[in-house]
Design a protein around this ligand. Structure first.
Ligand SMILES: Cc1cc2nc3c(=O)[nH]c(=O)nc-3n(C[C@H](O)[C@H](O)[C@H](O)COP(=O)(O)OP(=O)(O)OC[C@H]3O[C@@H](n4cnc5c(N)ncnc54)[C@H](O)[C@@H]3O)c2cc1C
Length: 267
């Protein structure tokens, strides 16, 4: 483990889940101009986890994103929370990148940063493939802990322990560093940036890396080289109005609700 501890937290700028999200019909990519962009909430938990580790053990948090120019706003939010510096992978040839291409570019950027620990969210709220953390760990050749909460670092043994939350319960797992850990939504409550943090974030360094700054083959990128393509899309059908039941005091609505549940195999 380098001294001091170097944690890199991945943050993604995503459409605000409260705004209407749309795909462009010409290429089925996200219409970013139609939505308010925000830092993904799961990634603010990643930033919080990284900050807590460096507050306890010393060191610094770098935040890393890949996205268009305005994704810098997501980096500034993370800097306002307390991250020390930011790296923005930004290149027009990355537009419309698939998850595989994204992992190639982010892994190359991570190699230049040589962190002790990489923290990601377990799944973004837009692409939602939940695949980036595993692809990054594989490309970097390091262990991975998925869907983690309660991170604990043991500097003496260069290891990170966490509770891994899954369908059948919670498993305590440990990985030697360097490692990739993806956090779940129960991992912590992220801090709000205070005024001092917001002002100091304006002066913190944000480095921009293009494809030519990374050890990657530029021919692997571009919409013509994606591994998967969205072929078609359709808006979600409008919700039908629900049925309102009025109980007559004799329990008639209870019987109707039970009938519905049985018909839907929910009972
Ligand atoms: C409209 C639309 C169309 C798409 N079309 C395709 C397609 O045709 N083929 C295809 O393969 N994929 C497609 N994607 C997926 C898109 O490429 C992914 O958003 C991107 O590759 C990352 O995958 P994810 O968001 O599912 O990451 P996940 O694996 O769900 O994200 C987990 C974590 O990884 C980190 N992370 C993810 N992306 C970034 C980033 N850019 N910068 C920094 N950290 C990041 C964050 O910490 C995040 O919480 C599409 C997405 C959208 C919204």
């Amino acid at each position: 483990m380098s001294d001091p501890l170097h944690v890199v937290v991945l943050v993604k700028q995503v459409p605000d889940t409260y705004s209407e999200r749309r795909l462009r019909e010409e290429d089925w990519t996200l219409d970013r101009d139609a939505t308010d962009p925000v830092i993904d909430e799961i990634d603010t938990r990643g930033v919080e986890a990284g900050l807590q580790l460096v507050e306890e053990h010393g060191g610094e948090v770098t935040v890393l994103t890949m996205g268009p120019e305005r994704a810098t706003e997501a980096l500034r939010k993370a800097l306002a929370m307390g991250a020390a510096r930011a790296v923005h992978v930004q290149d027009d040839r990355l537009a419309g990148a698939c998850a595989l291409q994204t992992s190639v570019a982010l892994a190359a950027a991570l190699r230049t940063l040589a962190p002790d620990l990489v923290i990601t969210g377990n799944e973004s709220t837009d692409g939602r493939t939940g695949s980036l953390p595993s692809m990054l760990a594989e490309r970097l050749g390091v262990p991975q802990i998925t869907s983690a909460k309660a991170l604990r670092l043991d500097a003496a043994t260069r290891s990170l322990s966490a509770e891994r939350v899954h369908d059948s319960g919670v498993t305590e797992v440990t990985a030697t560093l360097p490692a990739v850990v993806s956090v779940n939504e129960k991992t912590n409550e992220p801090r709000y940036p205070n005024f001092k943090g917001i002002m100091s974030a304006k002066k913190k360094p944000v480095s921009v890396l293009g494809l030519d700054d990374l050890e990657v083959d530029p021919a692997r990128f571009g919409t013509g080289a994606t591994s998967t393509t969205v072929l078609a899309g359709a808006p979600r059908p409008a919700r039908a109005a629900g049925e309102t039941l009025t109980d007559d005091g004799q329990g008639n609505s209870v019987a109707t609700v039970v009938e519905h549940l049985v018909a839907g195999r929910l009972l």
